[in-house]
Structure formats: structure tokens, C-alpha cells
Ligand binder design. Structure first.
Ligand SMILES: NC(=O)c1ccc[n+]([C@@H]2O[C@H](COP(=O)([O-])OP(=O)(O)OC[C@H]3O[C@@H](n4cnc5c(N)ncnc54)[C@H](OP(=O)(O)O)[C@@H]3O)[C@@H](O)[C@H]2O)c1
Length: 332
């Protein structure tokens, strides 16, 4: 199967400025944490990437350890890029990768040392057959490495031309603030922060979003659908091929009766809006203008389409916001 991108790919997507930078990101971006590894169906992953690009998704998010096996999401993505995104199409893409979680044995295979970050970036570039990534992230803060060392490694990656921008992920508000200060002093301002954020996990509202606004840093929430909980996926039990059935990152035990009641109640509001619950969950995040892009995952083209279609109905009324709020306040 040959791939020719749709000519009208940019006509319907919304693009938001990332903080106070020069970069715009699509309102919906695609992450390759799951469904793109060596254990997954390569052609299914390839179709999802094609559809994403055809619908205006220019941003694809990876990390050294995505798979499984770790590294194979980058390898597969590299093959897809080489086969289907030839010529100048690389210039139409914002590709990110990260280092910080366990990747190889010994003292240098994880966390935030300069050694780990820069070696890992070289490995990622090789796996993806790329000369540079657009965004290189420190995947998590390292309590044992001086923050200056981790940030200097990001700055070096940018100065070497192996990354165009620096980002951080999973940093709490005070440590994010320190990181932004250091990066600013180094002359490589932080482009973006990638925190977990969804209706079911709202820690970022407690200070982090304010810090991002203060420093002009963009925000790209990951797991905006709470790994599938904020969709219709689990309304009738746990499907065989679902993430909860694999029970590694999302477990059946997370889907309690209380949680299900909440999901059903949210689903009713979504139905009244003629939207899927997934779409409403994404729109709910985007109502805050500090959110640059929502970083979804998808195991099928249909799921991806459904998520992108949230852009057809982005307004939430005050009444809907209040009704959602009271459901989220319930004990689960
Ligand atoms: N920085 C970090 O530490 C970090 C951590 C985690 C993730 N991330 C990034 O964030 C990205 C997204 O994370 P995520 O995959 O957890 O996001 P998510 O969007 O919350 O969950 C994606 C999963 O939800 C289900 N789903 C998606 N759309 C659906 C729809 N319309 N209807 C029904 N079910 C739907 C699918 O589950 P099934 O597979 O069951 O079909 C899909 O795999 C990752 O790929 C990665 O790039 C970053």
C-alpha cells in the first residue's frame, strides 16, 4: 500500500500556539506509547499515522521506551517515516521523544544525568532514522541529579541541533518553575510541559497551569482519556483487546463500580450533546486556553477519527460544566 497525504489535510484542524513560542501544535496530537510496538500490528499502526496526518495532526509523540519491546515504537515509526513521509514532509512534522525512564541496564540507563539523556537521544535518532527531533523531553524529574545537569543536557541537545526545542514531563509546579528558570538562563527556553491531566486526574490545576502561563510554556496533557476510562470502552465490561484486559498500566481493578457509575453519568451528558464521552472529555480539557494540545492514544483509525471529531462541538455551557463538576466530585 502506497501512501499519498491528502492535499486538504490542513483545512479542518485547529492549531494552537504553544505557550509564547513560535510553534503551533494541532489541538489533537497522537502518542505512540501503546499500539505501535513490535507486539502490535504494524499495518494498523501505519494506518493510524496516515489518518492522523491526513486529518491535520502534525505532532507525534514518542519516548525511548515505548513499545513493547522498549524502543520498538521508535523503530516502527522510523520505518513508517522512511516509507511514507519522504521528500520535504519531515518539515511538516513535529516529532518528540523523551529520556528518563528505565531503558538499559547499569547506572546510566535511566533518570536525569547528562550521560543518560544525551546517549538516549542518540539511540532514539538512530531507531527513528532521523537527524533531529523537534522536541526532546526530560521524561521525569530525577531527585538525585542536580536539576542544572538535566537542563544543561536539554540545552546541549538543542545546541547540537539534535533537538529543536526542549520540554519537560511529569515535573510538579515548584520543580517545573526551577527548570524554566535554568533553561531561560541557558538561552533555551522550555517549549512545553507534558503532564498527566484528565477529568479523573486534575493535579495540574493545583499550581502547575499557573506556572506554565507565567513562563509562557505550552501544555500537552497525556492520557486525556484516562487510558480509555473516559470513553465508552468499558461501559459493557472489559473488551478482550482493551488496555485494561492487558492489565499492565490500566487494571481491571481501576474500573470500580463507583468509577463506572461516574462514567455512565458523564456519558449521559455527552449523549445529550450528541458527542461521544471521549469527545466531551477532550473538549472539557480544551476549555482552558492554557492547554495547547491534547495528546491522545488510539488503537484504531475509528477511535482516532472519533477523537478528532471533538473539534465539531467544542463549546461547553456553564450548565454542562457544573453538571460535570458535580459528577467528578462524587466519591469513587
Ligand atoms: N510523559 C509521560 O510520562 C507519558 C505517560 C503516558 C502517556 N504519554 C503520552 O500520551 C499519549 C496518550 O496516552 P494514552 O494512550 O494513555 O491516552 P488516552 O487517550 O487517555 O488513552 C488511549 C486509549 O483509550 C482508548 N481510546 C482512545 N480513543 C477512544 C475512543 N474514541 N473510543 C473508545 N476508546 C478510545 C484506547 O484504548 P484501547 O487500547 O483499549 O482500545 C486507547 O489506546 C501516549 O501515547 C504518550 O505519547 C506520556
Amino acid at each position: 500500500m502506497d501512501y499519498t497525504p491528502l492535499a486538504e489535510r490542513y483545512s479542518k484542524m485547529v492549531y494552537n500556539r504553544c505557550g509564547k513560542s513560535g510553534i503551533k501544535l494541532p489541538a489533537v496530537s497522537l502518542g505512540l506509547w501503546h499500539n505501535f510496538g513490535s507486539v502490535d500490528n504494524f499495518e494498523n499502526g501505519r494506518s493510524i499515522i496516515h489518518r492522523a496526518f491526513d486529518r491535520g495532526i502534525t505532532h507525534f509523540d514518542l519516548a525511548n521506551n515505548y513499545g513493547p519491546l522498549p524502543g520498538t515504537a521508535e523503530e516502527n515509526f522510523g520505518k513508517i517515516l522512511k516509507r511514507d513521509f519522504t521528500g520535504y514532509l519531515r518539515d511538516e512534522l513535529i516529532l518528540s521523544t523523551k529520556a528518563g525512564y528505565y531503558m538499559w541496564p547499569g547506572p546510566y540507563g535511566e533518570w536525569g544525568s547528562r550521560k543518560n539523556l544525551l546517549s538516549s537521544l542518540d539511540q532514539s535518532l538512530k531507531r527513528m532514522q532521523l537527524e533531529y527531533v523537534d522536541i526532546f523531553y526530560s521524561h521525569r524529574p530525577d531527585p538525585e541529579t542536580p536539576l542544572e545537569e538535566t537542563m544543561m543536557a536539554l540545552d546541549t541537545a538543542v545546541r547540537q541541533g539534535k533537538a529543536l526545542y526542549a520540554g519537560i514531563s511529569n515535573y510538579k509546579a515548584p520543580e517545573a518553575k526551577k527548570a524554566f528558570e535554568i533553561l531561560k538562563q541557558l538561552g533555551t527556553p522550555c517549549l512545553i510541559h507534558q503532564p498527566r491531566y484528565s477529568m479523573f486526574d486534575r493535579w495540574v490545576e493545583n499550581g502547575l497551569l499557573d506556572v506554565l502561563e507565567e513562563y509562557g510554556v505550552g501544555c500537552i496533557p497525556f492520557s486525556p482519556l484516562a487510558q480509555g476510562l473516559l470513553t465508552d470502552r468499558y461501559l459493557k465490561g472489559i473488551p478482550e483487546n482493551s488496555r485494561a484486559a492487558k492489565a499492565v498500566f490500566l487494571k481491571a481493578a481501576d474500573i470500580t463500580e463507583g468509577r463506572l457509575e461516574q462514567i455512565r453519568a458523564l456519558n449521559e451528558i455527552a449523549e445529550q450533546r450528541n458527542q461521544s464521552l471521549a469527545q466531551m472529555a477532550l473538549v472539557w480539557l480544551m476549555k482552558d486556553k492554557r492547554i495547547t494540545s491534547v495528546l491522545v492514544g488510539a488503537s484504531s483509525v475509528q477511535q482516532l477519527d472519533n477523537n478528532i471529531d471533538c473539534l465539531n462541538n467544542m463549546l461547553l455551557s456553564d450548565g454542562e460544566i457544573n453538571a460535570i463538576e458535580s459528577i467528578l466530585k462524587r466519591q469513587v
